[in-house]
Design a binder for this molecule. Structure first.
Ligand SMILES: [Zn+2]
Length: 764
């Protein structure tokens, strides 16, 4: 019943000993199309998805750093199947003392071990959900079984197709110190002022996804493979100390009660403002963070058709906002950050949120949620519907490195971008990291380029993936690998798919076809649950181009791209004209280098026998093999008479023919992109589609012709293919120039001295 997409199918074939064509159709490697998912990659006519609606009361205890919650889940069974039990995710249990994530986490003690590693090893944090009650709406206990990070609730009677069922869960858990033991949510503690900044997520038991692809998604949460969640509507009442500011998924329902008239006015002004407006200014926030709460306040948020819910809360928050228009809808872009984030956050965060929403809306579907929020807390990047938590912190002296600046802008684009993948285009993160991270990193790259074409993007440019693609084939895995089993997570699930899609866009399909197909995928699967096959099929279906070889090479194998120019041979047509051709032969011979022994013999043997005895010479001692005879000329005339006019014309061509041989040393078939540089300085481009490798996947040859003399051939001159070895991309060979450094003391680190960022250096 599980997906057969993993490359085990291919490994099996390889081990049987026959090589599969790199151009074989994906066929059996993809699930069989059905009434739920069509062969064209669109939702089928019987496509369905489950719905989970939540009403949650949650209280944040700022004294004990703990969450107390009560939830009411209403689950609607839109599947054709009756369900005798429901599976619910208890992701906090990943932090429980006896969790499998702890038991299966690995560590190596090395000479370079650090405090963090040892702290995490000794960590005895009492995490995990403490379940108080699981009942029906009338308060009657429901039988349930906790299986690590999941819980099965048995239905009093099977939940029939089309029916809904409501249940209640009461629980609490301790919030983790994110800076000490990590986590996608938790708190950051500011010791000098005794304040906390909470970013809270996975804070309530959440329904698993049930569908025709996986049945119940029951892959346990081990900490890496993220989440698989159904859509639903949420009402969440968040009770916090009354001096806290809360940022959250959804729209604030009781703003009149919670916010001051001034704040409400500022929010109103922000909607149409061209730049961010302070709702809570830095000055006000600094005053707040010195105060003490007098009681509690409950912020009520409502969110429609979202797959999850998260919030942030602190008395430290500065809060700014700016409206952006997306196809007639005013979206409020907002940021919440402590003063420690400035000056970066007040200058960039909300502007970046707005830019991200605009750019992604152009490439995918228009953003329709009412808000988009970026929250700052140190060293993190994590996404939820409408809200995300991002790092990027300047130094205490308010300077920052270039890396911090672009890292901060990049992480905001990335995490806000996750609103589209996977929050709206709701793929199964637990199974496939690349479907959200890869597609999102690709769109992030496009968004960074529109922010600034010189943006130092980490991922997307083919040259940046080369080192990874060169990696040990025993260690790296295909993109089509389950989330928990990926080596080099960032390169595999973010970098490589983003690069592959960029190559597909720039080099294989072209921007117009690609953009249409990519948008079609987003439109088809917005607010639905796509699988890898739905993506592969839609991209082909909408572009009209068979891309099976591309998916196979880039997504199902670890082959790198390494095409080599093996040989360039120049030809012209033999005219058969003896005067011309014999002169050519003579020139050829004269151009040959002479053997040293022959040179010496001519110098030292001054009286050879044939010179001493001239009677020993005959015809051949005087014959010039390169001189045409009248016999040769007559033969030539006779040859010409036997030719048709057209043949004579071809014989007269003065084209130069260049035969080139290429080999595919990496294994991944790709187009052969060539630049010819001629003796006269002119250049010519040739693009040979990847299908040239369709018969022989190791070596191919191709003939080009020109009137001009070829001086140089460059393979992939604009770095489009991520070719891992460029030394064989030139004819004739090029010798690269490199350099080496000399150190006075102990190598690079010993010589470096005090480290300052360029802003600090500029101040001196
Ligand atoms: Zn991500």
């Amino acid at each position: 019943m599980k997906q057969t997409l993993v490359s085990t199918a291919m490994i099996a074939i390889a081990s049987l000993g026959f090589a599969q064509s790199k151009f074989a159709q994906l066929g059996q490697d993809l699930p069989t199309p059905n009434v739920y998912r069509t062969a064209s990659g669109a939702p089928g006519h019987e496509y369905y998805q489950q719905k989970a609606d939540y009403v949650i009361d949650v209280r944040l205890d700022d004294e004990k750093q703990r969450i107390d919650g009560k939830e009411n889940i209403t689950y609607t069974n839109n599947s054709p199947d009756a369900l005798s039990y429901l599976w619910i995710q208890l992701d906090q249990n990943m932090r429980a003392k006896d969790s499998d994530s702890k038991k299966t986490s690995q560590m190596d003690i090395t000479e370079g071990s650090n405090f963090g590693e040892i702290k995490r090893l000794h960590n005895d944090f009492d995490g995990g959900f403490k379940l108080m009650k699981v009942t029906d709406v009338d308060g009657k206990d429901l039988p349930y079984t906790v299986v690590k990070t999941m819980m099965r609730v048995d239905m009093p009677e099977p939940l029939k197709s089309g029916d809904s069922y409501s249940l209640k869960i009461e629980y609490w858990y301790n919030i983790n110190d994110r800076m000490q033991i990590g986590g996608r949510s938790g708190f950051e503690y500011f010791e000098d002022e005794d304040n906390y900044l909470y970013t809270i997520a996975q804070f309530f038991p959440r329904m698993c996804v049930y569908n025709e692809v996986e049945g119940w998604q029951n892959k346990q949460f081990l900490g890496r493979g993220e989440f698989t969640l159904p859509f639903g509507d949420y009402t969440v009442n968040i009770t916090v100390p009354d001096d806290h500011v809360v940022g959250s998924t959804g729209t604030l329902q009781n703003a009149q009660e919670i916010l001051t008239p001034t704040q409400l006015e500022r929010l109103d002004e922000a909607r149409t403002s061209k730049k961010p407006v302070m709702i809570v200014s830095p000055k006000e926030a600094q005053k707040n963070e010195k105060g003490k709460p007098k009681g509690e306040k409950t912020w009520t948020y409502y969110a429609e058709n979202v797959r999850d819910f998260a919030f942030a809360s602190s008395r430290k928050f500065i809060w700014d906002a700016m409206g952006v228009d997306i196809e007639g809808k005013n979206i409020l872009c907002m940021s919440y950050y402590p003063k420690e984030g400035n000056p970066l956050w007040e200058q960039y965060s909300t502007e970046v949120v707005a830019h991200t929403i605009r750019t992604y809306s152009k490439f995918t579907i228009p953003y329709q949620y009412p808000v988009a929020i970026s929250v700052h807390t140190d060293r993190i990047g994590m996404e939820y519907p409408m809200i995300c938590f991002n790092g990027g912190r300047p130094e205490a002296d308010r300077t920052y490195s270039e890396r911090t600046k672009y890292g901060m802008i990049g992480v905001i684009i990335h995490e806000v971008g996750h609103n589209f993948f996977p929050m709206i285009i709701n793929s199964d993160e637990r199974q496939w990291t690349w479907m959200d991270e890869g597609l999102n990193t690709f769109t992030q790259y496009l968004t960074e380029m529109e922010w600034d074409p010189d943006y130092p993007s980490r991922r997307g440019n083919p040259a940046k993936i080369v080192d990874y693609m060169k990696g040990d084939p025993a260690k790296i895995s295909p993109i089509m690998t389950n989330s928990e089993s990926i080596w080099q997570f960032g390169n595999n699930a973010y970098g490589k798919p983003a690069t592959a899609l960029n190559i597909l866009r720039e080099t294989i399909l072209g921007r117009e076809l690609f953009d249409f197909a990519f948008k079609t995928y987003a439109e088809r699967w917005a607010y639905k649950h796509p699988t890898p096959a739905d993506f592969f099929r839609t991209m082909e279906d909408a572009s009209g181009v068979d891309l099976d070889w591309f998916w196979r090479g880039w997504f199902f194998t670890t082959d790198p791209v390494d095409i080599s120019i093996d040989e360039v041979t120049q030809y012209r047509i033999d005219t058969k004209d003896p005067d011309k051709e014999l002169a050519f032969d003579r020139a050829q011979e004269e151009a040959e280098p002479e053997f040293l022994g022959d040179i010496r013999n001519h110098e030292t043997i001054t009286s050879p026998v044939i010179k001493e005895k001239s009677e020993l010479q005959d015809f051949y001692n005087k014959w010039d093999r390169y001189e045409a005879t009248s016999y040769d000329r007559k033969q030539y005339q006779r040859y010409l008479e036997g030719l048709t006019d057209e043949e004579k014309e071809i014989l007269g061509y003065d084209w130069k023919y260049y035969q080139m041989k290429f080999s595919n040393q990496g294994g991944l078939p790709m187009p052969i992109i060539l630049e010819f540089v001629f003796e006269d300085g002119s250049k010519e481009r040739h693009y040979i589609p990847a299908e040239i490798w369709k018969m022989d996947q190791e070596q191919v040859s191709k003939v080009f012709y020109s009137k001009k003399e070829l001086k140089e051939v460059i393979l992939d001159p604009n770095l489009q293919t991520a070719d891992i070895d460029r030394s064989d991309n030139y004819w004739p060979n090029r010798t690269p120039m490199s350099r080496f450094e000399l150190y006075k003391y102990g190598g690079r680190n010993g010589d470096r001295g005090e480290r300052k960022n360029p802003m600090q250096k500029a101040k001196e």
